[in-house]
Design a protein around this ligand. Structure first.
Ligand SMILES: C[S@@+](CC[C@H](N)C(=O)[O-])C[C@H]1O[C@@H](n2cnc3c(N)ncnc32)[C@H](O)[C@@H]1O
Length: 252
């Protein structure tokens, strides 16, 4: 109980975005690089607690379906999608034939090799051109613009400064009128990330949901095992300065 006190106190501060963001940035600058910000951590985790993200679970399929539904409804002419932190590329398995290009990027080579396996085993997607690359969201260099860019459950693993930089970075790789889809579980740090994202992008639509594996309820509740998730559709604000042409030079 006492051991949890500092993190509980921090979470109270996070409830007030104005101070919460400053406080979190200060903490992050003190803590430096975190254990979950490297490839070895993810290669290990995806063999353990994070293995559901490699495929075959109701919870991930459910969120993928919501993500793709939002993409179809809000960007009906979209044909290309960039999936940042793609894990097993399970999102690609939900794409319809209207998507001609899917590009998945993940820090972990375990994820990328499982993604290759998943896509090779999926015979329905012969019309979609895939590219899967090992890379970090912070510095991955896309080779084209995309109509839809997805950041599902990956922003948690960045600092708030990195979240802002990543949103700005990929806004430059968004086709005109393109959509950014972000999903986050409900907690105080996610709310700060949402606040940071909303300073760069315009909220257009959101779906808040929570799975109820044990008993039905009419409201979302705090629950570590099955938290509520918000899937948000965001766009560049109309009056934003025109983005500089991105450079499509590959780094490697
Ligand atoms: C919680 S999983 C989410 C997977 C998938 N987006 C989903 O929602 O089903 C986080 C994924 O992001 C990847 N990841 C974490 N930090 C990353 C980073 N800095 N750059 C690229 N990928 C990262 C992990 O390897 C992992 O596959």
């Amino acid at each position: 109980m006492l051991k949890d006190l500092p993190s509980r106190a921090a979470r109270c501060v996070y409830r007030f975005p104005f101070v919460g963001i400053r406080f979190r940035r200060f903490l992050e600058s003190r803590l430096g690089q975190r254990s979950y910000q490297n490839r070895t951590y993810w290669n290990e985790s995806l063999k353990g607690w994070a293995s559901p993200y490699l495929g075959g679970t109701l919870s991930i399929d459910l969120r993928n379906s919501i993500t793709i539904l939002l993409a179809r409804q809000l960007a009906p002419t979209a044909t290309s999608l960039l999936d940042l932190g793609c894990a097993g590329a399970t999102l690609a398995l939900c794409l319809g034939p209207e998507f001609k290009t899917y590009s998945g990027v993940d820090i972990s080579d375990v994820a990328i090799s499982k993604a290759r396996e998943n896509l090779a085993a999926d015979k329905r997607h012969l019309a979609t051109k895939y590219s899967l690359e090992t890379g970090q969201v912070q510095d991955f260099q896309p080779s084209q613009q995309f109509d839809v860019i997805v950041l599902n459950e990956v922003l948690y693993f960045l600092s708030l400064n990195q979240v802002a930089a990543v949103i700005r970075r990929y806004s430059r790789f968004l086709s005109p009128g393109g959509l950014i889809l972000v999903s986050l579980k409900e907690d105080e740090v996610s709310r700060l990330m949402q606040e940071v994202a909303s300073r760069e992008l315009k909220f257009e639509y959101g779906v808040l949901y929570q799975q109820q594996p044990q008993y039905p309820s009419w409201k979302t509740v705090r629950n570590r095992e099955t938290p509520a998730y918000l899937v948000q559709a965001l766009r560049l604000p109309k009056n934003s300065a025109p983005c500089k042409e991105p450079s499509f030079t590959r780094l490697k």
